[in-house]
Design a protein around this ligand. Structure first.
Ligand code: FAD
Length: 446
């Protein structure tokens, strides 16, 4: 009988183990805690929540993360089952009593007849056998080194630098225009790759004031390593001088406002397409440690973004992740060493729920492979499919940064207008379609 080895017993590793073990596969979970600690974990439990005790919105009709909950429940997910058991009152959110939650996850895994837990740190990439690496944002140094040796230094990051991402259909195109600086590029598509928002001097000065005044979050203890060139938070750039941004990411050169060609903008905010579907745009160079509320207030003062809807807000965190779009195949296997799959936050998804979801999928993919089958591809109309499609190919590889699940990752629903006023109907249509397609996919496996 085959054995599936899983490195890391966090959100992803626990879920992967559960899925595989329930399908009759022998599983060994290799977990370094409590022997080797991280700066964020406090216990030796499997499935420990390192910070907030919330799995976010449980609304599976209007919210993409709630939809992911629904899909995981339909697939018999362990994390959702234990979350339900230890649920705390929290309005529409799925919050849990964290210690009993993790203790239950640990107990369920340890008492499973097909699962063994081995408390050891894995420090090298295994050459044979079937493996899933689910070591998370705080992957131990030795293993991260080994991964980097295999993938190249550029393909594994130790920090994320997330610029806010805006839904394309919430941008005011009466003000913004499409143009690359100096119209650079061979094709029309390249020459118009950027979406530009013009600012007058007064607007720029007010924007700088707002950045300087905004509330910021501090790095947690153990998280700091200073900033790197090329990913300074914008508010730090603004602190270095009022003109720094105007000579950096907001420089107005090489651009002509299509709506007002005679008026040179004083500064320009640029957005760039973030996914192949063209539904998401990130604000170039706008990684930030501003608090979420402050980000919305400040970014909505940018002309053309006054009604912007954010698919995700910016952030900078200690976060080990690989460049999945270039490194992984659509079965989440490392192209250069296909006996190894990756799952969880290290694949470039962000959040407990997304990490567990990618664990669920990786576990099922491993099961199919061990049985000599390959899993039919997950429809990209489901939350699960939209996420895995994004990380293994849909995302722009060059600027790849961790992603939360959101409706911008889904192919637009036919027959619903992409207007903001119809949002409720549209989201319901997304979730109805996803549930039907996810259920059909599960039925196909059974
Ligand atoms: P983890 O849950 O971290 O599991 C990885 C496991 O691998 C750990 O148990 C670790 O000990 C083990 N491990 C690492 N290296 C090795 C090795 N070489 N050998 C053996 N075992 C190893 N997400 C949210 O949704 N909400 C939050 O509030 C939140 N806060 C966060 C705060 C911090 C400080 C960090 C770093 C991340 C936070 N995240 C949060 C992001 C992320 O969703 C969680 O970290 C989530 O736990 C990721 O799941 P995972 O399974 O990929 O990794």
């Amino acid at each position: 009988k085959h054995t599936l080895n899983i490195i890391g017993g966090g959100m992803a590793g626990s879920e992967a183990a559960w899925q595989a073990a329930n399908a009759g596969v022998n599983v060994v979970i290799h977990e370094m805690r409590p022997k080797v600690e991280t700066f964020a974990h406090r216990t030796g439990n499997l499935g420990e929540m390192v910070c907030s005790n919330s799995f976010r919105s449980d609304d599976h009709e209007q919210n993409a993360v709630g939809l992911l909950h629904w899909e995981m429940r339909a697939a018999g997910g362990l994390i959702m089952q234990m979350a339900e058991k230890h649920r705390l009152p929290a309005g529409g959110a799925l919050a849990v009593d964290r210690d009993p939650f993790a203790e239950s996850v640990t107990a369920a895994l340890k008492s499973h007849p097909n699962i063994t837990v081995s408390y050891d740190e894995i420090t090298a990439l295994p050459d044979d056998g079937h493996w899933i690496i689910a070591t998370g944002p705080l992957t131990s140094g030795a293993l991260a080194q080994a991964i980097q040796t295999e993938t190249g230094a550029e393909a594994l990051a130790f920090f994320d630098a997330i610029a806010p991402i805006v839904y394309h259909d919430s941008i005011n195109m009466d003000i913004a225009w499409m143009q690359s600086r100096y119209d650079k590029g061979e094709t029309i598509e390249e020459q118009t790759a950027y979406l530009n928002c013009p600012m007058t001097k007064a607007q720029y000065e007010a924007f700088i004031d707002a950045l300087l005044a905004a509330e910021k979050t501090a790095f947690k203890e153990g998280e700091t390593a200073g900033y790197f060139d090329g990913c300074l938070p914008i508010e730090v750039m603004a602190e270095r001088g009022r003109e720094t941004l105007r000579f950096g990411p907001m420089k107005p050169v090489g651009l002509t406002n299509a709506h007002d060609p005679d008026n040179k903008p004083y500064a320009v905010v640029q957005l760039r397409r973030d996914n192949a579907l063209g539904t998401l745009y990130n604000i170039v160079g706008f990684q930030t440690k501003m608090k979420y509320g402050a980000q919305k207030d400040v970014f909505k003062t940018i002309p053309a973004l006054e009604d912007a809807e954010f698919a995700r807000l910016g952030g900078i965190h200690r976060n080990t992740f690989i460049n999945s779009p270039t490194l992984l195949d659509d079965q989440m296997r490392l192209r250069s060493k296909p006996n190894i799959r990756f799952a969880g936050q290290i694949t470039g998804v962000e959040g407990y729920v997304e990490s567990a979801a990618m664990g669920l999928l990786a576990g099922r993919m491993a099961v199919a492979e061990l049985a000599g089958r390959s899993l039919p591809s997950v429809p990209d109309t489901t939350a699960m499919g939209a996420l895995v499609t994004h990380i293994t190919g849909g995302a722009e590889a060059k600027t790849f940064q961790p992603m939360n699940v959101n409706f911008g990752l889904f192919p637009p629903v036919e027959g619903t207008k992409n207007g903001r006023r119809n949002r409720k109907t549209r989201y319901k249509a997304y979730t109805d379609r996803a549930k039907a397609d996810w259920q059909a996919w599960l039925d196909q496996l059974a």
